[in-house]
Design a protein around this ligand. Structure first.
Ligand SMILES: Cc1cc2nc3c(=O)[nH]c(=O)nc-3n(C[C@H](O)[C@H](O)[C@H](O)COP(=O)(O)OP(=O)(O)OC[C@H]3O[C@@H](n4cnc5c(N)ncnc54)[C@H](O)[C@@H]3O)c2cc1C
Ligand code: SF4
Length: 479
């Protein structure tokens, strides 16, 4: 195991964020990797703790939350290999459980680090950045492609609906297991929310393209601009493939049906983020286009998506950004009901919030605040919103009404679930825990199964669904 005293010798250092004043002028990634030597020191901080909660993935809160890596990544093992400079072996160990570590090494909220034994009394090991180092080193040295090929090909064909992390993960694993895989994607590019959702500064789109290229080389087929259920029917897919995995995401956004909802200027966050990424891909990531100069932007929702909207609006030169969150502000420190190794429910400043606070001198986030109406001008253009403070049960508090100027409102209140029409076409009424459904040829993985979640959950579910499909196909051969 890595240096047992490394955590006493070396301080935790994260991949540094570029200065706010620099990074808000482009769409390049937020963080700069540490040197190889510094990374070895960071890996040395993994202390041979005996019971590594970081990779245990223990459920709590009625199975709603997990402490440690949801994907059972073999963290202490690859930390040790990085510490020893055995980078190729570290990659092979990481690749055993995670087919897409370049995504999680950039965007995972790293529950593993919060349950690290060293986090009990210190800062925790920089696991997330170690993961990114391992996979980026693997790509730099051309080690990735070799791990994607099957030992032998079967005659089975599997279709995957959706190219988000769940679909990509399932495809990678099925291909390794020898099956011929085709991914169908309704969008013009592959990656799901990795491509259109998460902004470029958090996850550079070249990183996704790089993975797709390797996937094509190892034999996975990709079909874009094709919506299953419309361009190709469920029945057509059945006829052509032995199994289907639905990995279509949970794309139905939560709406806010209050007076004025139809006004121009009230938009869903993902539509806005998608449009922005398309422009970045078209015009380049080295400079920003200040299309929101002089505009007042209100972001409704305090989660990851809201934060991404704030960072995006800041780069587009918004005159003022306000964020509204209906729940109260979280505490600064863990409460007694939220002990280690659980994920700490504490107040955090996202990168976008930090950037907005830097460029504007007014308060960014208003907590315990509900929006009651959108106000428009005569031509139907949004000009303001009305809000009210709410109490513990979200009841409005009289006398706290307020009007906020707004040219653009972004609804970032999460998603209600998957689009149901696809399940209807495939005659799926029940999805079981093991990714199977009441239709024996159809499996479901990722957000389409579990509802809006995290990239690492989608990766895990894609991989495990692939293994279920493999078992069912091999059983056919045995019959
Ligand atoms: C703005 C935003 C920021 C986020 N940031 C983070 C983050 O920092 N960290 C993190 O861990 N998670 C983050 N998430 C959540 C994460 O992106 C999702 O949990 C994850 O992408 C789900 O993966 P998936 O493969 O299940 O679905 P998706 O990524 O949603 O992919 C589904 C794909 O299926 C396609 N599709 C749907 N229906 C059809 C059809 N009928 N035919 C063909 N194709 C179809 C869609 O076009 C889409 O490409 C974020 C989400 C959003 C919206
Ligand atoms: S995927 Fe996330 S939780 Fe798992 S090891 Fe990587 S950063 Fe940690």
């Amino acid at each position: 195991m890595a240096n047992p005293f490394g955590f006493l010798k070396y301080k935790r250092i994260d991949n540094p964020y570029r200065p706010v004043e620099e990074r808000i002028n482009d769409w390049e990634e937020l963080q700069t990797p540490l040197s190889e030597e510094a990374r070895i020191e960071q890996a040395a901080r993994c202390m041979n703790c005996g019971i590594p909660f970081c990779h245990s993935g223990v459920f709590y809160g009625g199975k709603r939350a997990v402490a440690g890596c949801p994907n059972d990544n073999l963290i202490p093992e690859w930390n040790d290999l990085v510490y020893r400079g055995e980078f190729k072996k570290a990659f092979e160990r990481l690749a055993r459980t995670n087919p897409l570590p370049e995504m999680t090494g950039r965007v995972c909220p790293a529950p593993c680090e919060k349950s690290c034994t060293e986090a009990l009394n210190g800062a925790g090991v920089a696991i997330h950045d170690n993961e990114r180092f391992i996979i980026d080193t693997a790509f730099d040295n051309d080690w990735v492609e070799a791990t994607g090929y099957p030992v032998e090909r079967t005659n089975f064909k599997v279709a995957i609906v959706g190219s988000g992390p769940a679909g990509l993960s399932a495809a990678w694993r099925l291909n390794q297991l020898g099956h011929t895989v085709t991914i169908f994607e309704r969008s013009d590019r592959f990656g799901g929310l990795l491509m259109y959702g998460i902004p470029n500064m958090k996850l550079d789109k070249d990183v996704i393209e790089r993975r797709i290229e390797v996937m094509k080389k190892v034999g996975i087929n990709f079909v874009a601009n094709t919506e299953i259920g419309i361009d190709i029917t469920a029945e057509e897919l059945y006829t052509a493939f032995d199994r289907v995995i639905i990995a279509s995401g949970a794309s139905v956004p939560r709406d806010l049906n209050i007076p004025g909802r139809q006004l121009q200027g009230v938009r869903f966050a993902v539509d806005y983020l998608t449009e922005t990424t398309k422009n970045v891909l078209r015009h380049g990531k080295d400079k920003v286009n200040q299309v929101l100069a002089g505009k007042h932007v209100v972001v409704i929702g305090g989660g990851d998506t809201g934060n991404d909207c704030i960072g995006t609006a800041v780069r587009q030169g918004a005159a003022r950004v306000t964020q509204l969150e209906i729940t109260p502000q979280l505490p600064e420190h863990r409460g007694d009901a939220n002990p280690w190794p659980e994920y700490p429910m504490v107040n955090r400043l996202g990168y976008g919030q930090e950037e907005a606070n830097f460029v504007q001198d007014t308060m960014l986030t208003e907590f315990s605040t509900s929006t009651t109406s959108f106000i428009g001008a005569e031509r139907g253009q949004l000009i303001a919103i009305e809000t009210v403070k709410v109490g513990p049960n979200f009841q409005p508090i009289e006398g706290t009404e307020k009007t906020i100027k707004a040219d653009l409102v972004l609804l970032a209140m999460g998603f209600t679930g998957a689009e149901q029409s696809l399940f209807e076409q495939f005659d799926v009424k029940e999805i079981l825990d093991d990714y199977t459904t009441d239709n024996e040829r159809v499996y479901v993985a990722g957000d389409a199964k579990r509802g809006p979640s995290l990239v690492i959950w989608a990766i895990r579910e894609g991989r495990l669904a692939a293994e279920r499909v493999d078992t069912s196909l091999r059983a056919l051969v045995a019959q």
